[in-house]
Design a binder for this molecule. Structure first.
Ligand code: GLP
Length: 244
């Protein structure tokens, strides 16, 4: 779906999420959301916060699982995805702290493998994700599933691609300060979501969006795996769709 502006597109996505939250509440079931960081979802979170404050949208029934976190990374660090999510969403809505799941960038190297297995098990214990919000990196990554990621990959630690680290460099005041690793939800975990919405704005995403939507499905562009998902929508602005 192509919109003139990312603002207009973000409102529509926020309203879909809000409707899902309300529907699940009526059914007395938890609403399990997979959430993303980066600049792309910021306006979606802004609108959800507005709906909470002005329209009484409640997050009491919402369980969230974030896609990824740098590794190693302290929660208090302003570059952490933990910090990002609290700043843009969690600090402004009524979600209970125990309902928030974000990969822990401080888990020890010895515990990391089991930690990732447990993260997936926790998602599965809720019957999987009802909705997964995604951005896309210029390497074609979703979460931090870099080129080479297997279609059935689970939550795990991953080495970041150089392009990804260059793109993250401004936030870290230089590429050398960007962590070399991350923890990411796997492609398999993401693809189990009942509904997926991928956001991409701006001309810098045009090439990778073309490859993702029109290219051959390949581990070299992990986002192409979404072509086979039965309920995925790519929400784009005119610039991001300009190569299609
Ligand atoms: C990071 C995140 C991704 C995100 C990507 C794009 O690499 N791990 O989940 O999709 O950045 O970020 P942006 O939305 O700022 O373009």
């Amino acid at each position: 779906v192509i919109f003139d502006s990312s603002k207009e597109a973000s409102l529509l996505v926020a309203h879909e999420i809000a409707n899902l939250i309300q529907r699940k509440e009526e059914l007395n079931e938890p609403c399990v959301l997979g959430l993303a960081t980066g600049s792309s979802p910021i306006k979606v979170y802004e609108e959800l916060v507005r709906m909470h404050k002005e329209e009484g949208l409640s997050f009491k029934n919402v369980i969230t699982f974030n896609l990824d976190e740098y590794y190693p990374m302290d929660k208090d660090n302003i570059q952490s995805y933990y910090y990002f999510m609290h700043e843009h969403l969690f600090n402004h809505v009524d979600i209970p702290a125990e309902n928030i799941n974000i990969p822990d960038g401080k888990v020890s190297a010895e515990e990391l493998r089991q930690y990732c297995i447990d993260y997936d098990m926790k998602i599965n214990s809720y019957g999987g994700l009802d909705f997964q919000l995604l951005g896309i990196g210029r390497t074609g990554h979703i979460g931090f599933n870099e080129p080479g990621s297997h279609v059935n990959s689970a939550t795990r630690s991953i080495t970041l691609d150089h392009i990804t680290r260059v793109d993250a460099a401004p936030a870290f005041l230089g590429v050398d300060n960007v962590p070399r690793k991350a923890i990411t939800m796997g492609i398999g975990t993401v693809r189990n979501a009942k509904r997926i919405v991928l956001l991409a704005w701006g001309i810098s995403k045009a090439d990778i969006i073309k490859e993702t939507i029109e290219g051959e499905i390949s581990s070299q562009v992990p986002a192409t795996y979404l072509q086979e998902h039965p309920n995925t929508t790519f929400v784009l602005d005119t610039e991001a769709s300009s190569e299609l």
